[in-house]
Design a binder for this molecule. Structure first.
Ligand code: OOG
Ligand code: MG
Length: 254
């Protein structure tokens, strides 16, 4: 028997104490279903602290990310309100273990989604698109994990910043996505890297959310997954992501 709640508490504690821990998979065999149960229990720890679920994030929707992390399946994690990084709530480096930033695209849901949707249908469930930055901060030593380990750890999620909400275009293909640290270019890619079409990532999110019981409610945010490999954030950096036609998301590291 896998002690789901105990492992969730251990991961939560690692995040709160900035103490990386061993992977579970090196000592135990557990399934993807177990991993999502641990993730749910981990989110309950955050809810117990007074936070609320504000959306989901997709992971490994680009070849660049799969290659960087050596993991080959799409995954889904959950976003809570305290993860949002704004000009008033910058990223506090000392509250992270080994944070990395990656360029993403965010969707805002215009209505509840209760069943898996096709890429054609998903368009009518979105009322905003934005450039985004995701901050990931694995709770495992050396940022190394199995597919089950990373799912249990809520897909490494730590924070996210959004650019201005834009009207939903009919297509999101061929958009340049660039990430810079203190105006220094660190990553460059295109929106096509995200499953050939970021709307595909949104459709995949509806499938995985349905399969693993994650809520998708009106007003929630869906992060489509990174278009490039992620980059380590050092001290005192200004992180910015610009997506062609969608403007920029940025935040400060303090
Ligand atoms: C896991 C999270 C992957 C993405 O955008 O592909 C992810 C990790 O790389 O630690 O967020
Ligand atoms: Mg990501």
């Amino acid at each position: 028997m896998i002690p789901h709640n105990q492992w969730a508490k251990a991961l939560h504690q690692s995040a709160r104490a900035q103490q990386p821990r061993n992977q579970f998979s090196t000592q135990h065999t557990y399934t993807l279903d177990d991993a999502y149960r641990i993730q749910h229990a981990l989110i309950q720890e955050r809810i117990g602290e007074g936070h609320t679920i504000v959306g989901v994030k997709m992971g490994f929707t680009s070849v660049a990310k799969m290659k960087q992390m050596g993991v080959e399946d799409m995954i889904i994690g959950q976003l809570t309100d305290d993860m949002q990084i704004t000009s008033k709530t910058p990223l506090v480096r000392s509250q992270c273990i080994h944070p990395r930033a990656e360029p993403e695209i965010a969707f805002r849901l215009s209505q509840d989604i209760t069943s898996p949707l096709s890429v054609e249908d998903v368009l009518t469930f979105v009322d905003g698109v934005a450039s985004a930055i995701e901050v990931i901060d694995s709770r495992y030593e050396n940022f190394k994990f199995s597919l089950e380990d990373v799912v249990a750890d809520n897909c490494s999620s730590c924070g996210f910043a959004l650019g201005p909400w834009c009207e939903v275009p009919l297509g999101l293909n061929g958009l340049d996505m660039v990430q810079s640290f203190d105006n220094r270019l660190v990553a460059e890619g295109t929106s096509d890297a995200i499953l050939d079409n970021p709307f595909e990532a949104l459709a995949a999110a509806t499938r995985l959310a349905h399969q693993y019981g994650l809520p998708l409610k009106k007003g929630m945010i869906v992060l489509a997954g990174a278009a490039t490999a992620a980059h380590f954030i050092d001290a005192s950096e200004n992180v910015e992501v610009t997506v062609d036609g969608l403007g920029s998301a940025h935040f400060e590291v303090v």
